[in-house]
Design a binder for this molecule. Structure first.
Ligand code: NAD
Ligand code: APR
Ligand code: ZN
Length: 233
């Protein structure tokens, strides 16, 4: 493939797996230990807010003990050194891309380290628990929830993502099973717009057949090698 100028990178749980954060759908993954409909839907929050808040409090605490791995580091290097346009779109709610030093990151499924006030619609950085119903730093009401997109809710910043795909020369999907839309549909969208597509994943994803090229292996090896290629190292 020729030298790309505009790159859109999509990441999923697989990019953080080697940092010790469980993926969702692999063996022993989060959705084997918890029912999605118990912890990750607006209905679940309505029915049993304590259960949902406890689940996210545990995850918020856990991710803060994890560190970026060589895949995050390599994407941060690309973010710093790439002279064309680059957008990292992540489905992950952890902050490991940012902690590795990447600046151009868009969290389409929200962020664990944000709380969203459903009263004033404000978002605040939040590292502690929410179970005790702390006051919103902006308006004082006790209506904070995790700022993560639940099933049945609309992912964030879809217009920007579509616009970036429309301008891209290369779309790279890393560490995602291709099970959850709309992210799972980006490869097809990219192809329809004439964009080159590359998949880096441990195993073939559900949308694998749509990619021009698939490389299988751990993200900690595949991503640094690919970034070296792109930056011409
Ligand atoms: P969807 O279209 O993928 O799913 C449609 C339905 O299938 C939903 O009713 C959902 O509950 C169910 N479903 C999907 N995957 C499932 C699974 N692995 N096990 C059991 N049921 C499953 O979902 P959607 O409504 O379009 O999701 C909206 C967005 O919310 C998605 O982008 C999703 O990734 C996101 N989300 C985020 C988190 C989080 O913790 N950050 C959790 C859940 C969903
Ligand atoms: N390197 C590369 N890929 C890996 C690694 C690794 N070390 N470990 C696992 N993978 C791959 C798996 O093979 C799998 O295809 O990462 C993928 C992880 O898939 P999922 O667990 O389904 O995670 P993801 O695609 O990010 O899930 C999408 O679902 O519930 C929602 O909101 C949640 O954002 C999440 C969305
Ligand atoms: Zn508020």
């Amino acid at each position: 493939m020729g030298k790309p100028a505009n790159i859109v990178v999509l990441t999923g749980a697989g990019v953080s797996a080697e940092s010790g954060i469980d993926t969702f759908r692999d063996g022993g993954g989060l959705w084997e230990q918890h029912r999605v409909e118990d912890v990750a839907t607006p209905e679940a929050f309505e029915r049993d807010p304590n259960l949902v808040l406890r689940f996210y409090d545990m995850r918020r605490a856990a991710i803060q003990t994890k560190l970026p791995n060589p895949a995050h580091d390599a994407l941060a290097r690309l973010d710093r050194e790439w002279r064309g346009k680059l957008l990292i779109v992540t489905q992950n709610v952890d902050d490991l891309h940012e902690r590795a030093g990447a600046a151009r990151v868009l969290h389409m499924h929200g962020e664990h380290l944000n709380a969203w006030c459903t009263y004033c619609d404000g978002r605040s950085r939040w590292t502690g628990p929410l179970i005790d119903r702390p006051a919103c730093p902006r308006c004082g009401s006790r209506a904070l929830r995790p700022d993560v997109v639940w099933f049945g809710e609309m992912p964030y910043r879809m217009d920007e993502i579509h616009a970036a795909l429309g301008e891209a020369d290369l779309f790279v999907s890393i560490g995602t099973s291709g099970a959850v839309y709309p992210a799972a549909g980006y490869v097809r969208l990219a192809r329809e717009m004439g964009v080159q597509t590359l998949e880096l994943n441990l195993e073939r994803s559900q949308g694998s057949a749509w990619f021009h090229e698939t490389r299988l292996g751990p993200a900690s090896e595949l991503v640094p090698a690919w970034v070296d290629e792109v930056l011409g190292a």
